[in-house]
Design a protein around this ligand. Structure first.
Ligand SMILES: Cc1ncc(COP(=O)(O)O)c(C=O)c1O
Length: 422
């Protein structure tokens, strides 16, 4: 059954409230323009359901820790514990407790003074930016920064001054025009796997007296000494005011974090709206995260395997002619461009047992939809070789040669050749 038919059936049989016209009209645009016209009644996110042998490149569990029995055991033990009654906002936490201990351990590992556990990476970013800024604060945000960071800017009522993706020089010229403010970036960008020139951007922020915020969702656990992240790897802790992260990536949990000075933590904890007005994680969740931190510190072998797997896949896809040059990490994007073209790509991959994540508007620009392949440490060479064989096989079928991203690659190679010749 098509999605639009399922929707119609559901609203006929259930006793739903009548939609006033303004709501109906608003929602109709989505069903008419996207579901019917662009996706032909299906949904771009979902092709066929994966079978048992499917190679899943959808999960952000980069170190393949999610199924580790030690984490489940820590959660089960805590659930069985009678002291499991913390069902409230974290502002009411008082006295010795496991959440404070976990926050202290995370901060020590990352080489920062303090940290604050949040309900999600989204809540961390929105709450942080909302609480630390006044409406007149200038805010410089990388054009490709995660949506939750943009939401924080919006929640604070700030006027964003976006700078070109990964351009420290454009950032510097924006700061020169508008004055010191917040500088907001991701360390690794979730749509295409590009890596921030962290040292240069932090330097531009530091020289001009800005506040530096780095979202390390896709590098905490996977990069740096014992997985402590890229800020730690480059020794930039004294110049970065806030490191934020989703703990739903390498930590394979459901939480977020803000790491910073103790003074700023105290401020955010009692001023960020998600920290005040939304309940804390439950003790069993904190116990699972604490065990995961132990595993992550000791996961050098998994980290090496992850990076080797990512390099292997990126190199092979590049040789096949895919434009994966933006990626220097475990996130690799096949950018088909138009949504219909991405659906063709999705179907071709899935029919051959390869499942990635569809990214389309609002996660990408309208004509830059893509399939994201997230590499993990547990992938075997046979599995990676299967992915590579499939990507080779389907190139014509998915019209790879005519994707805008392929043409961009061609133009940049031509320009490189011309400049070398000149
Ligand atoms: C860079 C980045 N920041 C923040 C988030 C939000 O994290 P969470 O899923 O924990 O809310 C994500 C998740 O997609 C992300 O990729």
């Amino acid at each position: 059954m098509k999605l639009s038919q399922a929707h119609a059936t559901q609203s006929c049989t259930a006793d739903n409230a009548v939609e006033p016209n303004f709501l109906r009209t608003h929602v109709d645009v989505y069903f008419r323009e996207r579901v019917e016209k662009t996706w032909n009644g299906g949904h771009i996110m979902h092709g066929i359901a994966p079978g048992e042998d499917a190679i899943m490149l959808v999960s952000n569990d980069y170190l393949s820790l999610a199924d580790r029995p030690e984490i489940a055991r820590a959660q089960i033990d805590k659930l069985a514990d009678s002291d499991n009654t913390m069902v409230m906002s974290a502002v009411y936490l008082h006295g010795e407790n496991a959440q404070d201990d976990f926050e202290a351990d995370m901060a020590a590992w990352m080489g920062l003074e303090s940290s604050l556990l949040c309900q999600s990476g989204y809540a961390a970013n929105v709450g942080l930016i909302q609480s630390i800024s006044a409406p007149e604060t200038p805010v410089y945000i990388d054009m490709m920064a995660h949506a939750s960071l943009w939401q924080g800017v919006q929640a604070a009522g700030l006027t964003p001054r976006p700078f070109r993706h990964n351009s420290a020089s454009h950032l510097a010229s924006q700061i020169e025009r508008h004055g010191a403010g917040l500088v907001i970036i991701d360390s690794i960008y979730s749509t295409n796997g590009s890596v921030a020139p962290l040292a240069e951007i932090v330097d531009a922020a530091d020289r001009t007296g800005c506040v530096m915020i780095v979202d390390e969702s896709h590098s905490l656990g996977t990069h740096g000494p014992n997985g402590a992240g890229m800020v730690a790897e480059l020794g930039l802790q004294s110049k970065v005011h806030f490191v934020t992260a989703s703990l739903a990536k390498a930590f394979a949990g459901r939480a977020g974090l803000i790491a910073c000075s103790d003074r700023l933590r105290q401020f955010i904890k009692y001023n960020a709206f998600p920290a005040i007005f939304s309940s804390a994680l439950l003790p069993a969740e904190v116990a699972g995260l604490a065990k995961t931190l132990d595993l992550i510190r000791d996961a050098d072998i998994a980290r090496r395997r992850l990076h080797a797997n990512a390099t292997y896949l990126r190199t092979a896809l590049d040789e096949l002619g895919y434009n994966v040059s933006d990626s220097q990490s475990q996130i690799v994007a096949l950018e088909a461009g138009a949504e219909q073209q991405t659906m063709v790509l999705r179907d071709a991959l899935e029919a051959r047992g390869v499942f990635g994540s569809v990214f389309c508007a609002p996660a990408t620009a309208a004509k830059r939809s893509l399939i994201r392949l997230s590499v993990n440490a547990a992938l075997t060479h046979d599995q990676l070789d299967h992915v590579i064989t499939v990507c080779g096989e389907i190139r014509e079928m998915v019209d790879m040669a005519n994707w805008p991203s392929t043409k961009r690659r061609q133009r940049s190679e031509d320009a490189g050749m011309a400049s070398r010749a000149g």
